[in-house]
Design a protein around this ligand. Structure first.
Ligand code: ATP
Length: 279
């Protein structure tokens, strides 16, 4: 915690659109050490833009500002495109929702992981196959030798996401961002991928930002939970200590909507909103 990786203050992200200016992130502050921070909130609340804007992935029409956005000693918002691209993957890596979108359909899984290793670790060509197979083994892919030669369409969703995680780990990043990294997978595979990410984050001492709309799922894999609503942080609280300390009515509403096995047949409430929360 004391070893601060990210320190962001008053981050704003807006877009110039044909309908005028849209403010998607309205002054968010956050810090991240070598710990696991989950950002939860409904669709459009600004979760992705909060992190994407920090690594230059907010889009060409985005206007990003902050009082400061420090990654260690580096001011992320003052970096050139080239410098940001060096930070991405190598220092801050992101696993996205649909692994097959992130993978090149005409290259084998092994070659793609190998490319990342070569780019970030300068692995020699003849050591490549071994290094890739070791990395595939680390993400618990059974039979890495066989999987090395498979194309993305030959991988299951869960396997493809493991390959993506391997690619993102190849650069030895300090921070891993998982942006709805398991939403496209079924419930059992979701957990397995989150367990894998969790294991690697602990083993490698990385910081993790876990973005999700599923409060219940991420609570098991986070140290702190930050709740966003309409572009703002409404509340940040420690995970794993129950929800007793939660104050904001939106967060309380989210918690009330989580189904419980102890109360079968229980009618879940509809999440109510107050226009005041967005001001
Ligand atoms: N390029 C863009 N131009 C205009 N508006 C955008 C652009 N990209 C994102 N937005 C808007 O910014 C807001 C925040 O988007 P963001 O992707 O951060 O939401 P999110 O909380 O991550 O939602 P989801 O869970 O659906 O991904 C949304 O209202 C979205 O429509």
């Amino acid at each position: 915690m004391h070893d601060s990786l990210l320190d962001v203050c008053d981050l704003k992200v807006g877009f110039r659109t044909s309908d005028g200016y849209v403010e998607a992130v309205k002054g968010v502050s956050l810090t991240l050490g070598r710990e696991r921070l989950a950002i939860v909130g409904e669709s459009g609340s600004g979760k992705s833009m909060t992190v994407r804007s920090l690594i230059g992935l907010a889009g060409h029409n985005a206007i990003v500002s902050a009082r400061h956005a420090r990654f260690g000693e580096t001011d992320l918002l003052s970096l050139s495109d080239r410098e940001l691209s060096a930070v991405r993957g190598h220092r801050i890596a992101m696993v996205v929702q649909d692994p097959r979108q992130g993978l090149n359909p005409v290259q084998t899984a092994g070659r793609q992981v190998g490319e990342m290793l070569r780019m970030h670790r300068r692995t020699r060509r003849h050591d490549m196959r071994n290094a890739v197979e070791m990395l595939l083994d680390e993400v618990h892919i059974r039979d890495p030798r066989r999987v090395f030669d498979l194309y993305p369409h030959e991988l299951s969703g869960g396997m493809a996401q493991r390959v993506m995680v391997a690619m993102m780990l190849a650069g030895g990043p300090d921070i891993l961002i998982a942006d709805e990294a398991t939403s496209a997978l079924d419930a059992v595979v979701q957990r397995h991928i989150l367990e894998l990410i969790d294991e690697q984050v602990r083993l490698r001492g990385m910081g993790l930002i876990l973005i999700s709309h599923d409060l219940e799922l991420v609570s098991d894999f986070a140290d702190r939970i930050m709740v966003m609503y309409a572009g703002r942080t409404v509340e940040t609280f420690a995970a794993g200590q129950g929800y007793g300390s939660v104050r904001h009515p939106y967060t309380r509403g989210l918690i009330a909507c989580v189904p419980s096995l102890d109360r079968p047949g229980q009618c879940l409430p509809v999440l109510t909103r107050d226009p005041e929360w967005a001001r």
